[in-house]
Ligand binder design. Structure first.
Ligand SMILES: Cc1cc2nc3c(=O)[nH]c(=O)nc-3n(C[C@H](O)[C@H](O)[C@H](O)COP(=O)(O)O)c2cc1C
Length: 206
């Protein structure tokens, strides 16, 4: 049985898809590997993300925990604070972006934006499959570049942990478990959806 942390389910002000409400970034993972078929569904969802000029500038370096050496290498590229919990994930992904458009070699100023869409697609698919995803900026970028020989024109960016969320009450690391307690919060719509004057709420959200 997969654990569901009901405390973390969003309490939205307006109707949203359950798969979006259910998603959260757990610290407690139960150490189970991710089934290949589910992992492939997650990657396929990322594949079908929209991108500027259909460039698909995202690149993923994949490490499944069933491959101990590969998993350890990927884990070692995370900041220590992230290694503490990500070691229990089933899959680690290190992400990178291609900096220029293949069609004309011009800079792609939205490469990270499109990586974000791909990773959001992956996250939504994973949530629908009962998996949990925790994304990270806390990555040793230079270590990723050297370890995986990232070529010129590409930049390492983020990391993604995928796995099965654990009940924080049964998690042996109390500090990490405490981070999985309490509701999730968000800025209300009027604080960031503006009308004609930047900083003033749009009519629709007043
Ligand atoms: C691009 C990105 C980078 C993040 N970096 C880290 C990180 O390095 N370490 C960490 O513990 N959480 C990280 N997070 C998780 C956020 O802290 C989390 O998404 C946020 O607090 C909202 O919580 P929720 O995802 O449970 O709704 C990151 C999330 C994103 C999207």
């Amino acid at each position: 049985m997969n654990y569901k942390n009901t405390e973390k389910v969003a309490r939205p002000d307006h109707d949203i898809l359950p798969v979006i409400a259910d998603r959260y970034s757990p610290y407690a993972f139960d150490g189970r590997p991710v089934e290949r078929a589910k992992l492939l569904s997650c990657l396929e969802a990322a594949r079908w993300a929209a991108s500027s000029f259909n460039e698909q500038p995202w690149r993923y370096i994949l490490a499944e925990r069933t491959d101990e050496a590969a998993f350890a290498t990927a884990l070692s590229c995370l900041l220590e604070a992230n290694q503490a919990w990500a070691q229990h994930a089933g899959v680690l992904i290190l992400t990178a972006v291609k900096r220029t458009f293949t069609r004309n070699d011009k800079p792609n100023r939205v490469a990270e934006h499109d990586l974000g869409i791909a990773s959001a697609n992956l996250t939504t698919q994973a949530t629908a499959l009962g998996l949990a995803v925790h994304q990270m900026a806390g990555v040793e970028l230079q270590k990723v570049r050297l370890t995986y020989k990232i070529p010129e024109g590409f930049d390492p960016s983020t990391a993604i942990a995928i796995g099965y969320a654990a009940d924080p009450d049964t998690f042996d690391n109390a500090d990490l478990a405490s981070r999985d307690k309490g509701p999730r919060s968000r800025n209300p719509l009027p604080e960031w959806v503006f009308g004609e004057k930047f900083g003033s709420p749009a009519d629709a959200v007043k």
